[in-house]
Write a protein that binds this ligand. Sequence first.
Ligand SMILES: Cc1cc2nc3c(=O)[nH]c(=O)nc-3n(C[C@H](O)[C@H](O)[C@H](O)COP(=O)(O)OP(=O)(O)OC[C@H]3O[C@@H](n4cnc5c(N)ncnc54)[C@H](O)[C@@H]3O)c2cc1C
Ligand code: FES
Length: 363
Amino acid sequence: MIYIQAILTLAVIGTGLTILLLVLAYFFARYGTCKVKVNDREPFEVEGGGKLLDALYDNKIFIPSACGGQGTCGFCKTRVLSGGGPLLPTELPYLTEEEQQCGTRLACQVKIRNDIEIQVKAEFLNVKQMVATVSEATMKTGDIREIHFKLQPGETIQFQPGQYVQILVPSKKETVFRAYSIASVPADQDNIELLVRLIPKGQGSTYLHSIQPGDEVTFTGPYGEFILDQDPEAELVCVGGGVGMAPMRSLIRHIAQANPQKKTWLFFGARTTDQLLYMEEFTKLQQELPNFKICYALSEPEKCPDWKGETGFIHLAVEKLLEKNDNPKRQAFLCGPPQMLEAARNTLTQKGFQDCNIFADEF
Ligand SMILES: Cc1cc2nc3c(=O)[nH]c(=O)nc-3n(C[C@H](O)[C@H](O)[C@H](O)COP(=O)(O)OP(=O)(O)OC[C@H]3O[C@@H](n4cnc5c(N)ncnc54)[C@H](O)[C@@H]3O)c2cc1C
Ligand code: FES
């Protein structure tokens, strides 16, 4: 009994001391000035104690951070060569064994406590921060808004269809970014267009649904890894729903302008007709382009008695209409909610797609 009491007393004292040390470290720890070396650039200096992601941002290195530094997207992966401290439990779900072994970390979780040396992808060093003005905004469905932005005079953005930007969301407490796919075409270099679904109480989407023509917005980009095969014979199959239309709209309109012979499919799923996006516009494009085909499908057709198109989940329409084909260059771009993407991925694999040619953006 006396041993148990002693153990409990020690445990209580130990826990108390740990909490005290953490509180003291929080309020009083000073790490002084630390040097941050990025790739082969001259190191820059920061006051220790802050997040690596914020230090990079303050020094105009804009790495992807789609969740705005909350540690929930895994986009801010950065290779830390020295000085990163121990790996944190919050990072583990996003890092493979191999990544952990070669020092990959989440920049939003690493705190700078001493000099640190890191490596980021070379292309991120070219990412710019820009300001754009809202030129037009229209509601396309009950909760999806199409917003056009004009870049400042002389500014241009070079991007690939399928890429995204990160919008800086005004916040008094911290730097908050949210990712939004570019819906416009790369040829239009001084404008960008976004499609934004309003998430109730969502910080970024509420902001983007509140801005008005004439308002200025700050963003960084472009980001994203999808590379469209330019070969007209390398078929592109887009499958998505809801606001997943944004990057598919960029891809299809780009193909219509730059590669109109390219074999392309658009499969778009919605519950009811009021959620269908750009159906008229793409129906017209289908009549103009010889190798472009569309399929819109409703999963709740009983609510829309006038609907004459496909019914059921969109992957079933893919299963029904898409030919099986083993062309190793055939690409798929999927964008929508997770369950839709998983079902579409399985169907496409059965249709002969190689896993490495199926690109999925989940949101
Ligand atoms: C690469 C990429 C591209 C994207 N492109 C687009 C795009 O083109 N258009 C677009 O509208 N969005 C897009 N998103 C999603 C976008 O980045 C935001 O996550 C989304 O707008 C919600 O942010 P928020 O700040 O409004 O909500 P938050 O403040 O982050 O979240 C508020 C609450 O809503 C919940 N929540 C967050 N997202 C959802 C959701 N999708 N459904 C239901 N609940 C949710 C959260 O868990 C939280 O409880 C993209 C995301 C990524 C990673
Ligand atoms: S995990 Fe999203 S920014 Fe780091």
